[in-house]
Design a protein around this ligand. Structure first.
Ligand SMILES: Nc1ncnc2c1ncn2[C@@H]1O[C@H](COP(=O)(O)OP(=O)(O)O)[C@@H](O)[C@H]1O
Ligand SMILES: [Mg+2]
Length: 262
């Protein structure tokens, strides 16, 4: 079993993961032999062209998709060892998920959306849960929005509510798939700033999937995927700005850069 109290345990370890999709008689191998270890306090951007397997990897890391081969462990807990119901519960408590489309529940207020992961099926939630969710919304600058429903909030605000929902259980890892993909550049940058702050100040382990160098540059470490495999893995600190990173990324995707996997 996992031991959340152990500081040395990696929030996320992906080992040799292969994932195939079957469509009629055709088979697409979306991931082949992907390995990725995320250490405590790491902020990783997974980059890659459309179709390179980024979202599939994120789904596999979240246990939303079962693997055909290989293992995924969150805080030392192998996801494949968990039955569906247990896996759903584990995900709710230990994995924070953020998607491009926010995925908030339209009929619920910001506060109710953020409280959801704290509540067992069918429960109404305690005052302690309300307080916890309220504090988090206030910290993320949404103190004035706690009673608003998603349709009364801007896209940037909705994504901050989604991030609060992802954080409320104090998960082992936050996984975000193109979190700025539905936002304009100003709101997108605000979300990047927030993720960086959560990593810097709280040591929160984060994986962001993105095809945008302007988003990836906020991470500490950059992993590039190509055709379902990791083809590069380097520090973001090497790059003075997103433009410099974009140049390197283009070279990697075009296959002209010599990369050493670490
Ligand atoms: N549910 C699915 N059924 C069939 N093929 C899929 C499915 N999900 C992804 N794929 C295929 O797997 C490959 C990787 O897709 P994806 O992980 O979505 O890439 P990315 O997020 O990098 O754009 C693509 O060829 C895509 O068409
Ligand atoms: Mg995708």
């Amino acid at each position: 079993m996992s031991d959340p109290a152990s500081p040395s345990i990696a929030p996320l370890v992906v080992q040799g993961v292969t994932k195939r999709f079957h469509q009629g008689t055709a088979t697409v191998e979306a991931l082949h032999g992907v390995s990725l270890r995320v250490a405590p306090g790491e902020f990783v951007a997974v980059m890659g062209a459309s179709g390179s397997g980024k979202s599939t990897l994120l789904h596999v890391m979240a246990g939303l998709t079962r693997t055909d081969a290989g293992t995924v462990a969150v805080e030392g807990q192998s996801l494949s060892e968990l039955a569906d119901g247990t896996l759903t519960d584990f995900r709710r408590r230990r994995i924070g998920l953020v998607f491009q489309q926010f995925n908030l529940i339209p009929a619920l207020t910001a506060l109710e959306n953020v409280m959801l992961p704290l509540m067992a099926e069918g429960s109404r939630g305690s005052q302690e849960m309300r307080d916890r969710a309220t504090k988090l919304l206030e910290r993320l600058g949404l103190g004035q929005r706690i009673g608003h429903r998603p349709d009364a909030m801007s896209g940037g605000e909705q994504q901050r509510v989604a991030i609060a929902r992802a954080l409320v259980t104090d998960p082992a890892i936050v996984l975000a798939d193109e979190p700025t993909g539905s936002l304009d550049s100003i709101n997108g940058k605000a979300i990047c700033t927030l993720l960086k702050e959560l990593n810097d100040r709280d040591g929160r382990a984060i994986v962001v999937v993105t095809h945008e160098p302007a988003v990836a540059i906020w991470a500490r470490r950059i992993v590039v995927m190509k055709d379902g495999a990791v083809c590069a893995d380097f520090s973001a600190a090497e790059f003075p700005d997103a433009h410099a990173l974009a140049g390197r990324y283009q070279d990697i995707v075009a296959g002209t850069a010599a990369e050493v996997a670490r």
